[in-house]
Write a protein that binds this ligand. Structure first.
Ligand SMILES: [Mg+2]
Length: 230
């Protein structure tokens, strides 16, 4: 008898390999926009972009800025560091980034092996804070879509992880019981905190073995560890 009936997977960095896909997309765009005339190298551009993007995501999650301010602002602010003050260019770049990035197909190691193993035994769902137009395309293009019954995207739910309202909505929409539900995600601040606050068992996927002091229900370093455990 299996303990869980419903598995709620985070998408970015848990199943869909965001880091690989993002780097590929930005490399393509860096070249097609001829940014090497402004930045010393792609690495210089990317190193500049990363903290700006992370900072704006935090502000977006706290409701301090709107989606467009995040999406365009991260590139505009990156361009500004080399004196390139071109909001229109940033807007086009941001649009291309979301459009092209979501077409990318890289998934984390063992993703399909795990999903093929799980599909006969569980109802699987996605819980994600990403943009609606991006997340749905990512699911289709990467081949993940057929494995999942429902996709909960914060923009559509009206609340973001780690808010209890987000998890409550997802569980209720699936007619799931809390005891029969498991959350699997790579973010302590969003997936794991949300699961803990709402009282759900959870798996912290920590592929880089980052040290932390959180008490988690279960921690894995590879998705393959769930084969057999579930
Ligand atoms: Mg994630």
């Amino acid at each position: 008898m299996r303990k869980y009936k419903h598995l709620f997977f985070d998408l970015d960095h848990t199943l869909w390999d965001f880091a690989t896909n993002e780097q590929e997309t930005l490399t393509d765009l860096f070249n097609s926009y001829n940014l090497n005339g402004h930045f010393n190298s792609f690495e210089a551009f990317f190193d500049c972009y990363k903290p700006i993007n992370a900072d704006l995501w935090i502000k977006y999650r706290h409701g301090q800025i709107k989606k467009a301010d995040l999406n365009v602002g991260r590139f505009h602010n990156t361009f500004l560091t080399v004196g390139l003050d071109q909001p229109k260019l940033a807007e086009k770049f941001a649009h291309d980034f979301v459009a092209f990035n979501s077409q990318k197909k890289a998934v984390m190691p063992h993703t399909f092996e795990l999903l093929d193993y799980l599909k006969a035994h569980y109802q699987m769902h996605i819980i994600t804070n990403g943009f609606v137009e991006a997340q749905k395309v990512k699911m289709e293009m990467s081949g993940l879509r057929p494995y999942f019954k429902k996709i909960f995207i914060s923009e559509e739910v009206g609340a973001q992880k780690p808010k209890v309202a987000f998890f409550e909505y997802a569980i209720k929409s699936c007619n799931a019981r809390k005891k029969e539900s498991l959350v699997i995600g790579d973010s302590l601040a969003m997936d794991i905190k949300g699961a803990q606050d709402f009282g759900l068992d959870h798996v912290f996927f920590n592929p880089h073995q980052t040290s932390h002091s959180e008490k988690v229900f279960k921690e894995i370093h590879s998705l393959s560890e769930l084969i057999g455990w579930l």
